[in-house]
Design a protein around this ligand. Sequence first.
Ligand code: AMP
Length: 188
Amino acid sequence: MTGSATFSIGLFCGSRDGDDPGYREAAEQLGAAIARRGWTLVYGGSSIGLMATAANAALHGGGRVVGVMPKSLVQRELVHAALSELRIVETMSERKELMAHLSDAFVVLPGGIGTMDELFEVWTWHYLGAHQKRCVLINVNGFYDTLLAQVAQMSNQGFLAADAADALLVSADIGSAIDMLATAQEPQ
Ligand code: AMP
């Protein structure tokens, strides 16, 4: 655990909604499910895109939501005004570090290059032994099929250790993602 009072889930996802309404539905379901479990949601602190949808659903469900926002993005990404806690940091790197520190496990919804950057950072940190926190990729409506094909390609071509591939858990829906995250609460 991170030392915070409740089990905390770090969420990486788009600062846009994406074209498929299923992405927003998934973000809503995830935020609501995190609140129902009594977990804390840790995310980038924006009031836009899937990030905001998940945060609003968690807040609506009575959940605790912590935003971590770099100074430079407060205007551009419109910081969420109603979070349980807002942490303003100096840089993007500090944002990732603090999010990682505050989270007991990570979950990834569809998103763009920011989401990719965050996913690959926590995944490589895991591989390099910097943490043992679970990372669950939610492949909403096959959004990540092409990324997973690339991961398979890296593996098949000898660029990826088997334990590195295994460290990224993949779920097709919110229910199974929540179950995977819940097992991270159990002693390993
Ligand atoms: P995107 O997936 O591109 O919509 O971005 C999702 C979130 O990732 C946004 O809050 C971005 O500001 C954030 N982001 C983009 N690049 C980085 C980075 N290098 N480190 C941390 N967060 C980032």
